[in-house]
Ligand binder design. Sequence first.
Ligand code: FAD
Length: 375
Amino acid sequence: MAKTVIVGGGIGGVQASQILSGDKDQEVVLITNEDFLPYWRMRLEEVVNGADPSSIEIHSQKWYEERNISLIRGEAQSIDRYNRLLFLKDGESVGYDNLIIAMGANPVRAPIDGPQREYVLRNMREAIELRSALEEGAKSVAVIGAGLLGLELASGLAKKYSVKATSIESQSSVLPKQLDPESGDFLKKRLKEIGVHIVLGSQARYAEAGRLLLDDGREIDADVLISSIGVRPDVALAREASLDIKRGIVVDENLRTSDKNIYAIGDVAELDGVSFSLAMFARDMATHVANEIISSSLSLYIPPLPSTILKVAGIDVAVFGEKDGFGHTFHKGNGRVKIFTEENTVVGAILIDAKEYLAKARNAIGKPFEKEVFE
Ligand SMILES: Cc1cc2nc3c(=O)[nH]c(=O)nc-3n(C[C@H](O)[C@H](O)[C@H](O)COP(=O)(O)OP(=O)(O)OC[C@H]3O[C@@H](n4cnc5c(N)ncnc54)[C@H](O)[C@@H]3O)c2cc1C
């Protein structure tokens, strides 16, 4: 029997454990350092909004037991690569044939001076702490970062807690990672119409009880301050084990680290200079690695086409592929479709409140651009 140890009971770790446990020749150990059963991280906002933590669990305790997955609560601290042993903080050690590092990422905090606490939202503990702060009668929330998570939080909290929510972004448009500036402007206008306050091109500098000061002198109401400016892969264990790391743990085309018995998947991994930071990649990489381990053979990992489909304050936003190249815009009622082409081949699409074009946009990627499809 081969033994696979997975560090990190997040979305990638659980997916890998599920597939590996389907093979009778695999012994599977899943190590989590959280005090909760593994949960859907992207649903943490539900807990902030009052849901019971157990409502977002991925599986029950029984599910792991039935599959003989040993779920260990502990903090992986170091690896003896020569003897293939993983050491936990409490001194225990676990032997492995294959090790999968699925430790995810840690939130980056905005550098803000002053006594005001800066909340982040990455794990269950932080969701519960944020909820308590909001329930103490907050009337205003300032969210630093108008990215995917920041905008969802600002709009969601405004609705649930009836607070004045302001989203502050240092760049000049919203969702700067996903949208080109023109689509960002369009979304900003739509968000404004429905009462989400957005401040662009400013840095938050100082925060004290109830207020946040920006570098341009503006003052924002902020009973609760939340930082949502991105994440950094958690490379602590890999660094300690002298694996190759850059921003994330460097993996090859088979998702192996610089040690052939150690894989890295999900937010912690860096493939061809890219850390994906999306749940779909964590699951996809987990599936790939688990199948490689089961079949004892390596296969080329080809990441799926990046796609993001989200709702920001009730507005549908879908992003496929690249946002570079030439943009063709089609207005659709209150929404619009923007198709990006390179040498007349469709390389990406951004849809704002135009979900009836989802399938058409997805199908168009990689094919010659046909204007009539979107008119
Ligand atoms: C609020 C929120 C909303 C999001 N919304 C979306 C969305 O809409 N769509 C999307 O695609 N993505 C979304 N994401 C991102 C998505 O959740 C991540 O991309 C995904 O969880 C990555 O999975 P992972 O398995 O790599 O890591 P994670 O899910 O982060 O799991 C890593 C686990 O490893 C544990 N760990 C770390 N170090 C150790 C150690 N030393 N020992 C043991 N355990 C350890 C961590 O505590 C954690 O439980 C969201 C994230 C958040 C926080």
